[in-house]
Write a protein that binds this ligand. Sequence first.
Ligand code: GDP
Ligand code: GDP
Length: 433
Amino acid sequence: MSNIVAIVGRPNVGKSTLYNRLTESRKAIVDDFSGVTRDRHYGVAEWIGRNFTVIDTGGYVANSDDVFEAAIREQVLIAIEEASVILFVVDVTTGITDLDDEIATMLRRSKKPVFVVVNKVDHGLLQSDATIFYSLGLGEIHNISSATGAGTGDLLDEVVKTFDEDVVEENTLPKYAIVGRPNVGKSSIINSLIGKDRNIVTPVAGTTRDSIHIHYNQYGHEFMLIDTAGMRKKTKVKENIEFYSVMRTIKALEEADVVILMLDAVEGLEAQDVAIFHLAEKNKKGVVVVVNKWDLIEKNNKTVKVFEETIRQKLAPFNDVPIVFTSVTEKQRVLKVLETAGKVYENRGKKIPTSKLNDVMLPIIENNPPPALKGKHIKIKYITQIKGTSPMFAFFCNLPQYIKEGYIRFLENKLRENFDFEGVPIQLFFRQK
Ligand code: GDP
Ligand code: GDP
């Protein structure tokens, strides 16, 4: 199930301002203590309890060159194919331009929900000017001011109504997605796993038309593999290759339980990989980092440690993740990847009995109580794990609002030390008792 909201429109209408507003709003709403690294063009947003990914298409075209308009047109087509909802941003101060008209023509053919978002309606006087955009032929218009935030709440109310219901599927197999930059070895590892032996794989019609699910059942491992590697489509405009692959990656990631993030050992972990990692973390997915092409690295007895440390530093603060060093071509540790993904999947579904949780955590808390604030003592009375698809813990205490970041981190580390949540983001909530 994926909810991807794509923001399209010509330059300068306010796409990135809107994007920033939508993705930043989440920080205010959600008690997100995990590392906040802003991915420039895509990020997670939340509105009335629904999570979705917002993608700012404008980030993917370089300004000022001839392919510019062609690139924008193609992006709209990709968004129509890949996104679940499209926000078509126009600018009330300029009215309808030729490019707006062209984009509208493409969007009218789309079967996806399209919202005409009239931006820069900073005050009521502009509302009547906005009515011109009805002539785009895309139905209702939504007046907003990205600068002040006015109207964005009403818009989001409508947007989330178009999402699929969050259904909890029962008795389903674990879903793994192998993601990573081009050429790291994603296709190779999938081929090496499924080989030519058609008996072990059954292609399953995906829940979304174009994601390929492979049912793997071999060597005691049974799971669904969400294949992004095999779905490379041609884009005419070079600039859009990244945009396209990002869309695909986000989709696979949102569907997966465990994300297998593959790197090329020679190139190491780059900003793009970190962005994907953070997206997985924010979506509360399990993560396994795979460093492939290990055969190409000259090694001594410290190499693994040095690699691990470098990677963990870049992933911090959530760096309690397994790292597997593979060589697909030399068939080294390919099955280890599956074992590790299976372990992470288990960790993500792990339920700690309340009594055990309290027996372990309360003495730790007693020895290391939260620092008093404004002369008030903070007392954590008990802890319980909340039901959910990923681990969440509620700490009941007298003054939840006084618990500080550093102490939350301390508690998270203690949970990790005592209960093994390797590869899994965990959430801590503090409630009044
Ligand atoms: P993009 O190229 O579509 O991503 O547009 P930007 O987000 O970069 O915005 C283009 C310009 O419009 C910037 O100078 C913004 O400050 C301005 N802008 C964006 N939203 C609003 C708004 O709601 N009202 C006003 N008055 N200006 C805005
Ligand atoms: P993808 O774009 O991520 O699907 O990457 P591919 O699976 O197409 O692999 C890209 C290139 O890397 C191919 O030439 C592979 O043969 C090569 N490759 C994949 N895995 C390894 C590996 O473990 N070691 C080495 N040396 N090359 C590899």
